[in-house]
Design a protein around this ligand. Sequence first.
Ligand code: GLU
Ligand code: MG
Length: 433
Amino acid sequence: MGADLTMACTSDLSGLVRGKGFATADLDARIAGGIGWTPTNAQITCFDGIAASPYGALGDLVLWPDPATRADCDLPEGRALSFLMGDIRELDGTPWECCTRSILKTALERFTEASGLEIRATFEHEFMLPQDRLSRGFSLQGFAGAQPFAEALLRALAGAKITPDSFLREYGPDQFEITLPPAPALRAADEAVMLREITRATAVAMGLQASFTPLAGSEVVGNGVHIHISLWTRDGRPATHDPDAQDGLSKAASGFIAGLLRHLNAASALTAPSAISGLRLVPHRWSAAFNNLGAQDREAAVRICPLSAGDPEKRARQFNFEFRAADAAASPYLALAALVMAGTIGIRDELQAPKATEEDLSLLSEDALGKRGLQRIPASLTDALDALSEDRSFADSFPGRFVEIYTAHKLGEWAHVADMTDDQRFAEYRSTY
Ligand code: GLU
Ligand code: MG
């Protein structure tokens, strides 16, 4: 099982996984001693340019692989992929300001301090895998055509102890979806990171190319990353549902969602952070277009998911809400951290979620939307970055100079595509993610 070489990895500001490899035989020593890392690596964009860096050529860090994330995956054609995710720390052991996994860990600790609760999450991923023959959305034919890939993927994921909840032939051309079962938040984000890498690597081993790009073309359905969240007491009791409260939301869930909606514009710079992400976040793409909570609405930014269980205890355990304004250009650690930070502010400030919307918001006038505090999610990366820098209470949740450095990173990415047509941008992102 696994490969002779193993890579210690970080999911970085670009949402790509980068790291360094070593002989698998040395794994224990590397877990004990870490791997050297360079601060300016944070500014390597998804297009491999280097954005403005405050670190220059200076400084040293250590990437500490976490054995809990060990993936030893057997791939098709006798190939293998072995890697671990890790935390990046300063030489003195303190978390580094640009380590996305450490940022999520801190966000989760603060959430628990503020609420006494814990978070379980799950990520649904849509992606495109070109097929050699035409197949239709949700069809058995499409599913069967992808079966050799899907089964190879299942075997590879087993090497990372990941068991998907479902695999389906989604609606868009060559589009598939893979969902994972709920897990404690850090593990859920680890699995989301590993899932993307293992999916891409399985495809490559079969001579295919899988892409999680947010949008493959202006006429094509987008690839969303939907993040499901539920709240739990520390002794494992469900804390998201209150059947007697508005929209069935417990006080904590209502506060969390209200914080999420209030800080959504700023958070979108971290959850849907590419130059094409905003093109997906428009009405009638079944993604998310407004800062709304919706029930049974697949265009809501936050959607209350349906319950199928009859028994009250089972309903409480099943109850969860889904954030839809995310995509795979975001590191899962940063996307989930952004949601948790916004939600924590909502709980701390005792905010209350608005009543869930029940209509097509694109039909309402500006005036009607304004009266209900509804607005469009930023349409461009630069608008989202402006919202991030203006939303001080949200931005201040991040460590050190993170927001400044992240903004410079994203502006570097933007510069690469600024003079391109949309079609050229779609192609650039498709081959990157
Ligand atoms: N493809 C849609 C998106 O971009 C999601 C469709 C669905 O699964 O509801 O988010
Ligand atoms: Mg879907």
